[in-house]
Write a protein that binds this ligand. Structure first.
Ligand code: AMP
Ligand code: MN
Ligand code: MN
Ligand code: MN
Length: 304
């Protein structure tokens, strides 16, 4: 069904033939947010794993974009700018990936900075919650893993709690301590869906709903998310991601077709030690879908 391209074209120009397959990985994290590798090391890993189009999508940050792009292009790897914005929708945290925007756009940068604001205070409250169940010193513990002082995340707490042997892996930390109803969970209000989509699209990019199977929405809430997202100008949904089972991918293939959304693919790679899905190491998108990269052709940074 899929063939690897022999030439430089990203996709087949002829409309009725199946999309030419490329190994695109459009979702991962560096130490600029909650990944463990620097952007340059991620670029090298993506290249080594056979990725043919790459985007670094740090949470609420574009601080790593220039480095990621420079490193990718030096390796001959086409690059799309990326970010993953934290949004609150119907009291649930939803992630919106932005692709192919201008990373110097002032409104986008200001919006992301505002979204990052409050992470430190939230982290202190998380540490207080954990201290109440006898786990002390987690704010300083988490900080040891933080490379970007504006981006303390639950992931950094999870790494500290594994390192200090409270849990054996990060999944266990989340399950026991960091999700809703658990002692280290602090409800937080992130960006609105409208703001996130608008920041991305006004900076010339495409908004994509990240890993939709992860959200615990009712059917009505999910319908509201997808319809409002479309109305606001959102264009894509992740179908194949490190956060989806194959059943999830099939389900959101239907959703993409139903809502007329383009489909994205990304590992959500964070760390060699923690991520079960490595960069570029994902199943292909089902062939009935139109990949996001077909509409992002003009936004791809290409090696000279
Ligand atoms: P935050 O933005 O601080 O709420 O942290 C969210 C991050 O935590 C996500 O981007 C993932 O990297 C990580 N995460 C969320 N849920 C889990 C989980 N169940 N297991 C491992 N990591 C998770
Ligand atoms: Mn993360
Ligand atoms: Mn996410
Ligand atoms: Mn992610």
């Amino acid at each position: 069904m899929f063939t690897h391209p022999s030439g430089p074209a990203l996709y087949n120009e002829s409309v009725n033939t199946p999309t030419v397959w490329i190994n695109a990985d459009l979702h991962c994290h560096s130490a600029v947010s909650d990944g463990t590798l620097q952007p340059e090391a991620l670029a090298a890993r993506a290249k080594a794993n056979g990725v043919e189009l790459w985007a670094l999508t740090d949470h609420d940050e574009v601080g790593g974009q220039q480095r990621a792009r420079d490193a990718a292009l030096a390796l001959g790897l086409p690059y799309l700018t990326g970010t993953e914005i934290s949004v609150t929708f119907a009291d649930i945290t939803v992630h919106i990936v932005g692709l192919g925007f201008d990373a110097d756009n002032e409104a986008l940068k200001a919006g992301l900075a505002a979204t990052r604001g409050g992470r430190r205070e939230r982290a202190m409250e998380m540490a207080d919650g954990l201290a109440k169940v006898g786990i002390k010193g987690t704010f300083d513990g988490a900080l040891k893993y933080v490379k970007n002082p504006e981006l303390i995340s639950r992931t950094h707490f999870a790494r500290h709690l594994v390192e200090s042997k409270v849990c054996s892996d990060t999944q266990e930390v989340f399950r026991k301590y960091l999700v809703e109803g658990k002692p280290g969970f602090v409800p937080h209000r992130w960006a609105t869906l409208r703001n996130a989509v608008t920041w991305i699209t006004q900076a010339g990019g495409m908004a994509v709903i990240a890993h939709p199977a992860r959200y615990k929405f009712t059917a009505n809430e999910e319908y509201a998310l997808f319809t409002e997202f479309k109305t606001l100008g959102g264009e894509g949904v992740e179908v194949v991601t490190g956060s989806h089972s194959s059943a999830d991918a099939l389900r959101y293939t239907e959703t993409a077709l139903e809502y007329g959304l383009l489909a994205s693919r990304g590992s959500d790679f964070h760390s060699p030690a923690e991520s079960h899905m490595d960069l570029g190491n994902l199943p292909p998108l089902p062939s009935q879908l139109t990949p996001v990269w077909e509409a992002l052709e003009s936004r791809v940074h290409r090696p000279a």
